[in-house]
Design a protein around this ligand. Structure first.
Ligand SMILES: NC(=O)c1ccc[n+]([C@@H]2O[C@H](COP(=O)([O-])OP(=O)(O)OC[C@H]3O[C@@H](n4cnc5c(N)ncnc54)[C@H](O)[C@@H]3O)[C@@H](O)[C@H]2O)c1
Length: 458
């Protein structure tokens, strides 16, 4: 059975260069683990690629950081990037040092012993995988691949991508994978903004095209991970990532469903989840919320659903979870309408503040954030909307840019909707009365302000 609809597959990169003449270098066989003498290129210096580059530089490895965006390279050089404090310290140590070369020129990839591809894999407005960045990055990696190089694809993608986008164009150049170059897939498990989930403390999965590809890729990744778990093929590794994030999507949809049920019974869902989490086996706690955002959960399961479309195998559970997740921000707005009505106010004309717009606490990332849908829906319903977020100064709504509210505590709101509560931010103005400042009504879509006197649960 072919799972990828042939017509929907990305076009294979067109080969324009002559086949390589391979001259084995004396050092062409790398050691089992990457040595400080090695050079590793990172393609795509975003939320995943930049911390990975910094971790390798910290391990003493010479890193070539390649990104097509001069804007991004400039922001990295200036230190104006969204990183954990520990990674900011690493960036300060390595920016401008001989261990970290930043370049927009893909030809520099040819100087590397190993190449790691970390470019974005979003979905478009119709939830169809947008493979443009991945296809372009793989095409340039294949075009500049050097004999003996180890190439690892890490971007989340459909099953079969590594062979389609790397092995095939390398073969078209006359490079035999497993003999001349070494190719593997290894999914990223980075958790931006969460210091407890450092990549160095997290195991990594690797699936090479051949056992030698796995061995070399595992060796390259070993200094950046707690352990390396080798699977039998790139397809198994690609599917591992899709399972990890689909698992989260399904469980978040279930947590939201239980939150709605709990409200009907007048039970606190957080108490229920906390209680269930005391079971030492067979349960993992997922929290309800206003929806999901970021570059993973709202996107990755669609790579699988897209691939299955029109085939014999269906994934109805995944489909239902993704539909339920997508509907969640609209449910927040409907609940806001209800809460306002209970307080004698129509949504049209109401002043509504969204507390936090980043897709999760501790990051400035608003990609796919439910907050954007909520702001748009509220505005379309006639509300006057504003937001406050200590990490995000501006968002783009369908009506244009909207800047963070300078004085959220000092402004009277008809309703405050909690969305993302960043650690260390003072929200006492929602929970503790102060002279001359009545407490606003709070719709707690983040399920995080149990002590707000005027709290309404989602
Ligand atoms: N962000 C996360 O939390 C996370 C976690 C695990 C896995 N992932 C996966 O990792 C991959 C990268 O995600 P991200 O969040 O780091 O993306 P990102 O958007 O933060 O960064 C990607 C970078 O790649 C650059 N780029 C785009 N096309 C390029 C090309 N052809 N050549 C070189 N550079 C190019 C962009 O300019 C950008 O700076 C995705 O597949 C994502 O699903 C992300």
């Amino acid at each position: 059975m072919t799972l990828t609809p042939a017509a929907a597959r990305p076009a294979r990169p067109v080969e324009t260069r002559p086949a390589l003449t391979l001259v084995p270098r004396p050092d062409a066989l790398p050691p089992a683990t990457v040595s400080p003498a090695a050079t590793v290129a990172i393609v795509g210096l975003g939320y995943v690629g930049l911390p990975t580059a910094l971790a390798l530089a910290d391990a003493g490895v010479h890193v070539i950081g390649h990104d097509v965006s001069d804007l991004r390279l400039g922001a990295i050089r200036a230190g104006e990037v969204d990183l954990l404090p520990a990674d900011h310290a690493r960036l300060a140590r390595h920016a401008g040092s001989e261990l970290l070369d930043l370049t927009a020129d893909p030809a520099d990839l040819g100087r590397a012993d190993a190449v790691l591809v970390c470019v974005p894999t979003p979905v478009d407005g119709h939830l169809v995988p947008d493979l443009s960045a991945l296809a372009a990055a793989c095409a340039s990696v294949a075009a500049h691949a050097a004999a003996g190089q180890t190439i690892v694809l890490t971007s989340t993608t459909y099953v079969g991508s590594t062979r389609d986008l790397l092995v095939a164009p390398l073969a078209a150049r006359g490079l035999v994978v497993g003999r001349d170059v070494f190719v593997a897939f290894s999914p990223e498990r980075i958790d931006p903004g969460v210091a407890d989930h450092l990549p160095e403390r997290t195991p990594r999965v690797v699936g090479g095209v051949t056992p030698e590809c796995s061995r070399r890729a595992a060796g390259m990744l070993a200094p950046t991970a707690a352990a390396v778990h080798v699977v039998s093929s790139p397809e198994a590794a690609e599917m591992t990532k899709l399972l990890e994030n689909t698992f989260r999507a399904v469980n978040i949809a279930l947590a939201n469903e239980f939150a709605d049920v709990a409200r009907g019974f007048d039970v606190d869902v957080r108490e229920v989840v906390d209680a269930a989490a005391t079971k030492p086996y067979g349960f993992m706690a997922f929290r309800p919320g206003p929806g999901v955002g970021g570059h993973c959960i709202p996107c990755d399961p669609h790579y699988l659903l897209w691939q299955l479309r029109g085939g014999a195998v269906a994934a109805p559970l995944t489909e239902a979870a993704m539909n339920s997740i997508a509907a969640r921000p609209h449910a927040v707005v409907e609940r806001a309408r209800q809460v306002l009505a209970e307080n004698g106010r129509p949504l049209a004309g109401a002043r509504v503040l969204l507390a936090g717009v980043a897709y999760k606490p501790g990051v400035a990332d608003v990609r796919e954030s439910p907050a954007l849908t909520i702001l748009d829906d509220l505005r379309r319903a006639g509300a006057t909307v504003a937001f406050t977020d200590t990490m995000v100064n501006r968002v783009w709504t369908s009506a244009g840019p909207l800047d963070t509210e300078p004085d959220p505590a000092g402004t009277p709101w008809d309703l405050v909707v909690t969305h993302t509560l960043h650690p260390g931010v003072d929200h006492s103005w929602l929970t503790t009365p102060a002279p001359g400042r009545p407490l606003p009504q709070v719709l707690d879509a983040a399920y995080a302000l149990a002590d707000a006197p005027n709290r309404h649960v989602l």
